[in-house]
Design a protein around this ligand. Structure first.
Ligand code: PLP
Length: 303
């Protein structure tokens, strides 16, 4: 980890030197926003590809707008900074890239305006976040944060306490992960990934107004489903629908595409992952690794 190079406050430095004060506003109040971007290493081509980098930086700037964070970089600048970071680190493996924009001043004042902001990005080797073969989940007793409390469409550092509370309880109860319901009782998403289910051949996912992060993987899956001739619907999902669904899976940068094989002690569909989940998982991973010529526009090659 210490050998890794980060970009921090306008300079490339060793990750060890990319430090902040204990008095930093974001550390005290959770006033930062971040992204999680994957870069895949294609061993056959000896080539690394960053997946949908511009879309991630567009979302970062949208989160910044919600948090009134101003950073002196456009999406184009941020992409250039990240490609340079990847070159300097010379990775030959799959990597997770973590950009972070935050309220950086040492100030005791709970507000968003008039506080100096900072930006940094680092990258680390990264494998599976959850087992790709399938996971067992529970419905969390913690509710997904509401848009009028902490907007889930902004990827806010402090809001991940909601995730951490729910995931810790799920682990303590012997599950791999959990599903969040929103305050009106509908299914929102997984702990750090969007949720999809298949019922009667239709791929269903909750709308972006159901307190979820507007996932870039979610959008990619919806597009791939249409290309594969799979009908899609964005609508509310009831908790009990998950118990009778044919397939359920999570999709996100970290988890990639992970089948859910059991929910609240009930087996999902048939045995193991379903056919539509498998198709979409294979299609997604082929795109991400640079093996699908139709989606090269989703990738940035690191030369
Ligand atoms: C809460 C939450 N929902 C959904 C996602 C999936 O978003 P994306 O596909 O853009 O990574 C993430 C991913 O980090 C997340 O943290």
């Amino acid at each position: 980890m210490s050998a890794s190079i980060a970009f921090f406050r306008g300079e490339y430095v060793s990750l060890d030197q990319a430090n902040i004060s204990i008095a930093t506003h974001a550390l005290n109040y959770g006033t930062g926003c971040f992204e999680g971007i994957r870069a895949y290493y294609n061993a056959t081509r000896q080539q690394g590809y960053i997946f949908r980098m511009a879309e991630h930086y567009e979302r970062l700037l949208a989160s910044c707008r919600i948090l009134r964070i101003e950073i002196p970089h456009s999406v184009t600048d941020l992409c250039q900074i990240t490609v340079e970071l990847m070159k300097r680190n010379a990775f030959r493996e799959d990597v997770y890239i973590r950009p972070l924009a935050f309220k950086a001043e040492p100030v005791i004042k709970v507000t968003l305006e008039g506080i100096e902001d900072a930006f940094g990005v680092f990258a680390l080797p990264f494998g599976e976040y959850l087992p790709l073969r399938g996971i067992r989940v529970m419905t969390s007793s913690w509710q997904r944060i509401d848009d009028n409390a902490i907007p889930a469409r902004a990827k806010v550092t402090g809001s991940y306490i909601n995730t951490a509370l729910a995931v810790s309880d799920a682990h303590a109860a012997g599950f791999d992960d959990c599903i969040f319901l929103n305050p009106d009782g509908h299914v929102s998403e997984g702990s750090a990934a969007n949720l999809f289910m298949v019922r009667q051949g239709v791929l269903v996912t909750p709308p972006v107004t159901d307190n979820l992060l507007e996932g870039i993987t979610r959008q990619s899956i919806l597009q791939l489903a249409e290309e594969h001739g799979i009908s899609v619907a964005e609508r509310h999902i009831d908790r009990s629908e998950l118990y009778v669904a044919d397939e359920v899976f999570l999709a996100g940068t970290g988890v990639q595409v992970v089948p859910i094989v059991e929910i609240d002690g009930r087996r999902v569909g048939g045995k193991g992952e379903g056919a539509i989940t498998r198709r979409l998982k294979q299609a997604y991973l082929a795109c991400a690794r640079g093996d699908d010529p139709r989606h090269q526009d989703w990738l940035t090659a690191v030369k």
